[in-house]
Design a protein around this ligand. Structure first.
Ligand SMILES: C[S@@+](CC[C@H](N)C(=O)[O-])C[C@H]1O[C@@H](n2cnc3c(N)ncnc32)[C@H](O)[C@@H]1O
Length: 257
């Protein structure tokens, strides 16, 4: 038995972010697997469908919705719990590929943003392939990540000249501003970790970037952090979910290149 899938990065919220390469890939797929999971799942599922309707021309395809198991709450044997959960998720994907896709068909996972940034699809497919229960071939089409979309909307670069780029999570930032960079991009911040950062810092924040609901705020962190918290709460209340990220930057020393 052989299965073939394409992992397609669809950009982070604006159907115009879909690349020509992604459109070509969409037009060779017969089955789209749509996960019922995560933040704003109804809105994200809607966007995936909209993308298919807008860009696929003159061919039949089907959508297969699937549920993934809920992530277990941290417990005393945390890593064991995570392992068991990952195992369950892999089994769901494996079953989908076996039961919902034919030998002569191509399937696709439409990944929000880019598949290389905080997304589990490639890791799951790699695990399934290495289990060897069937032959699995897959390709990856890159997408415009929310990181690029955020930087573009704020018209800023992520790095200083010749310096590293760091992308991290709100959970990591809560341990403090990383000490080996001057600029850090933060995703997946559920608890306003930016509030715990002291010092002279600039923030470029964006929620629902690229969509009609986009909100952008720029300023000195200590001056705008309460406003961002207020906007976040109000937006979460209004939409029932929020996707936001931000770039924190230490101001450049005078004369630095
Ligand atoms: C699970 S990660 C997926 C990232 C995705 N693979 C990418 O390339 O953007 C989800 C996080 O991405 C960020 N994010 C995704 N879409 C966003 C958007 N349209 N505006 C702002 N942040 C976004 C948020 O920090 C969110 O918590």
């Amino acid at each position: 038995m052989k299965r073939k899938v394409i992992v397609i990065g669809i950009g982070a919220g604006n159907p115009d972010y879909v690349t020509v390469q992604a459109i070509n890939a969409l037009n060779q797929v017969s089955v789209f697997f749509i996960p019922n999971k995560g933040t704003g799942k109804a809105a994200l599922a809607r966007l995936r469908r909209e993308i298919c309707e807008r860009y696929i021309r003159g061919r039949e395809y089907r959508m297969v919705d699937f549920d993934t198991p809920d992530r277990k709450k941290p417990s005393s044997d945390y890593s064991q719990g995570i392992e068991a959960w990952r195992d369950e998720v892999e089994q769901v994907y494996e079953r989908l590929l076996i039961e919902e896709l034919g030998d002569d068909e191509e399937g696709a996972f439409l990944v929000w943003g880019d598949p290389s940034i905080y997304d589990g699809t490639l890791r799951i497919l790699d695990k399934i392939r290495s289990r060897g229960n069937f032959e699995l071939e897959y390709d990856v089409i890159p997408g415009i990540s929310s990181v690029q979309a955020l930087a573009a909307r704020h018209k800023v670069a992520l790095n200083r000249i010749g310096e590293s780029i760091m992308i991290t999570t709100g959970r990591k930032l809560a341990d403090g501003f990383p000490n080996n960079v001057d600029s850090v991009t933060v995703m997946l911040d559920a608890q306003n970790a930016f509030k715990s950062v002291d010092g002279e810092i600039d923030i470029h924040w964006g929620a629902y970037v690229g969509t009609d609901d986009e909100i952008l705020v720029t300023g000195k962190l200590r001056e705008v952090c309460d406003e961002i918290e207020r906007l976040r709460n109000a937006a979460r209340e209004k939409h029932g979910w929020i996707m936001d990220s931000y770039i924190l930057t230490k101001p450049e020393a005078f004369g630095e290149e």
